[in-house]
Design a protein around this ligand. Structure first.
Ligand code: T5A
Length: 218
């Protein structure tokens, strides 16, 4: 069975935490599983990641930013995601196509249908079967990551984290609209719940969707 799961949400929503928890759970169940992230996950993506995230004195043109994310994605899909899915390995990705729609589309203002077309080209139509949206007020998410060790010079925040609160509110709004439009694919969880509770809800959702495969370990 091909299964591709993505995690989405605003900064500090808890995506990486839940990716790790789900990955460990599936490894314990002896499921062949691979976790990756965007931007990153390939040699090219890992080189693009600092370009995209390090604070920059010169603002990026929104289209340049979008194409860089798309370039990292095209490489990840071709080099990692599709080969893994072809080997029936479950793939879990920390961010994917919906991030570009939420950030570069709803928040930066690039035409959504253009992003959708480019996403389709970059991924060759490889879409997630399940997208977990960890929904949280961006103020809380940004508060959570502010306690992380400083990673960048200046205020310690990356280029996107440094955007205004209004920008991050647009991102959240965009995600909620995407979830509303793609009800079958999205599973929306309140990101303010305790980590273990969220993990349990995600496992329950997997059992609900794929009982033959996951009922035993839940
Ligand atoms: N981007 C990305 C675009 O603009 N367009 C795109 O197309 C793509 C793919 C990526 C940046 O790039 C942008 C979006 C991003 O700005 P990143 O460093 O990968 O940058 O940033 P994030 O993916 O946002 O990762 P973060 O680390 O900021 O947030 P997470 O992964 O959502 O949160 P996590 O799990 O690291 O948790 C943060 C803190 O909260 C705690 C954790 O212990 C940790 O301390 N926590 C909880 N606390 C209380 N309750 C819970 N339920 C908690 N869950 C986690």
């Amino acid at each position: 069975m091909r299964l591709f799961i993505t995690f989405e949400g605003v900064e500090g929503a808890g995506k990486t935490t839940q990716v790790e928890m789900l990955h460990s759970f599936l490894v314990d169940m002896r499921v062949s599983v691979l976790k990756t992230r965007e931007p990153g996950g390939t040699a090219l993506g890992d080189r693009l990641r600092p370009v995209l995230l390090e604070p920059s004195e010169v603002p990026f043109a929104p289209l340049s930013e979008m194409f860089l994310y798309m370039a990292a994605r095209a490489q990840l899909v071709k080099e990692v995601i599709v080969p893994a899915l072809n080997h029936h390995t479950v793939v879990i990705s920390d961010r994917y196509v919906d991030s570009t729609i939420a950030y570069q589309g709803y928040a930066r203002g690039i035409d959504i249908s253009l992003i959708q077309r480019l996403n389709k080209t970059a991924t060759n139509g490889c879409m997630p079967h399940l997208t977990v949206l960890l929904d949280i007020d961006p103020e809380i998410g940004l508060q959570r990551i502010s306690s992380k060790p400083l990673r960048f010079i200046g205020n310690g925040k990356d280029r996107l984290e440094s955007e205004s609160l209004d920008f991050h509110r647009q991102v959240r709004k965009g995600y909620l609209l995407l979830a509303e439009k793609n009800k079958d694919r999205f599973f929306v969880v309140n990101g303010r719940r305790p980590k273990e509770e969220i993990h349990k809800l995600i496992r329950q959702e997997l059992v609900r969707r794929y009982p033959e495969r996951f009922a035993k370990g839940a």
